[in-house]
Design a protein around this ligand. Sequence first.
Ligand code: ATP
Ligand code: MG
Length: 574
Amino acid sequence: MKISELLGKTHRDNPSEVELISHKLMLRSAMIYQVGAGIYAYLPLAWTALRKIEEIIRQEMNSAGSQELRLSILQPKELWDTTGRTKAFGDDLFTLTDRKGRTLVVAPTHEEELTAIVKAHISSYRDLPKILYQIHTKFRDEPRSRGGLMRVREFDMKDAYSLDVSDKGLDSSYQKMVEAYKSIYKRCGLNVIQVEADSGAIGGKDSHEFVLLSDSGEDAIVLCEGCGYAANIEKARFARTDYSKEGESELAEVSTPQVTTINGLTDFLGIPNYKTIKTLCYVSRDELILVVIRGDLDVNEVKLKSAISAPEIRLASPKDIEKHGLSKGYISPVGINGFRVIADESLLLGNDFAAGGNKNEVHLINVNYPRDFKADLILDVAQATEGQYCTNCTNGKLEIRKGIEVGHVFKLGDSFSKSIGATFADESGSLQPVIMGCYGIGLGRLLAAAIEQHNDEDGIKFPVAIAPYQVHLIALNIEKTDISKLAEKVQSELTESGLEVLYDDRIESTGKKFKDADLMGMPIRIVVSLRNLKENVVEIKARDSEETLKVKYESVVETVKLLLDERDFYNLKG
Ligand code: ATP
Ligand code: MG
């Protein structure tokens, strides 16, 4: 490809109000064009890279024994009502009305349709197991689209679905997908870790995310430096410090004028925050729930949501609190009835707590669980913080890093097959729900993440396997016939040997050509110039190295291949 013919011009300056490096670099190198909020067109360079990513994903899916199919984007809303996900997706769901007045969902994901197909085509245990996948566009009305391709409202995803007869079968399909994912990221040049994750709106059991650790990420990842435990903060377990002492003192009221916060209470009583109980009021499906936790910890709303299997929860407003006759700032579960109480495990690791007195300006001291109140559920609803200890190895300290989620795998179990009625006859002839898993990778986000990982102040440093072109050939003083002839010869030799070449044939300054090569980030740069012509050589430099090699014409192809091989993660695979 000649740069003179390529669509799109590079820009020297960073666009204003653009936050992510990948976004800046993709705009500056004319890879993407913004059509609207969270909507982008892929220009030729981005599309070439994305097609390479797509091909890597396709190869790894196929070699894991998965079959490619193609599902529809328009789907009847009734299908989504069957699984309750019209509500679960809420405002993120794009819908439209057809000429007959029927509502159609513009698919944000495809579990429903796939399960409907399973229902129609799978009838016996002999039809299983299977893994199916597609690479297709998804639509989500994201509340906060950001960062170029990182979070958009229209994006391509590889989504795969496994179908098994049992949980054991699912475990094995899941593991196959995990291995395929690891190969995909490795081949794309991404350093990705697998972390435990919450399964979110989709429901189900085990779930893992594949995450690129990066300061530009939106997810908080909890890591143990001791044993390697890694989890999204939405899910991360941690060891709570045990502050319990022998004996329980007598419950008593204290007058606490104007003390309405945990900090106020600890100051007033001169006690540490772990000697207090915090009570938060949440509303779920019109029910007011009391959530209690030791005062040194915070509630993690994602854990809380899954603990009570609620699609949505929110903190109660002062109005909700008043409506239920509670005294804001002085609430605790002690001595009141009629509310569901969810307690964090930390209440078992302390005693003689101070807590709200359920009267204005009154607190209680020496509150003990379960002596003074009962909880309907006691489990982990606390947020992990940096420096806490790991529960996995008990002596490692936890660290929190930011990360970009580039893939997600879920064990769905029978939730979709039960609601849609996708069953198979087992060996004894009785009908069982198909046991499912689902597996997603966003292609555009993967490309953006790869650029976040591979760049420097001059531009992109594409990993070989996903670079739009492997070689960036620059001809300096192109107006000289000798130069253009030689450059064209080098280009055709490289092309004939199977290499992909982006050829800068423009009449431009040397500075601009070098800057553009660095910005666009192809792995190998070749320079043909007058000075080199005299010495019968060309200059070859890898984008990720400072070293420039002077190579005789006849060795160009060989040298380029060697440099590419050294950098290709596919070759490092085995
Ligand atoms: P996130 O938490 O980032 O919104 P998600 O949990 O909604 O992601 P999934 O539904 O599991 O994502 O989708 C699978 C993959 O699709 C994600 O791992 C990510 O790579 C990609 N993806 C999801 N939402 C977007 C988006 N809005 N823009 C680009 N890629 C996305
Ligand atoms: Mg999402």
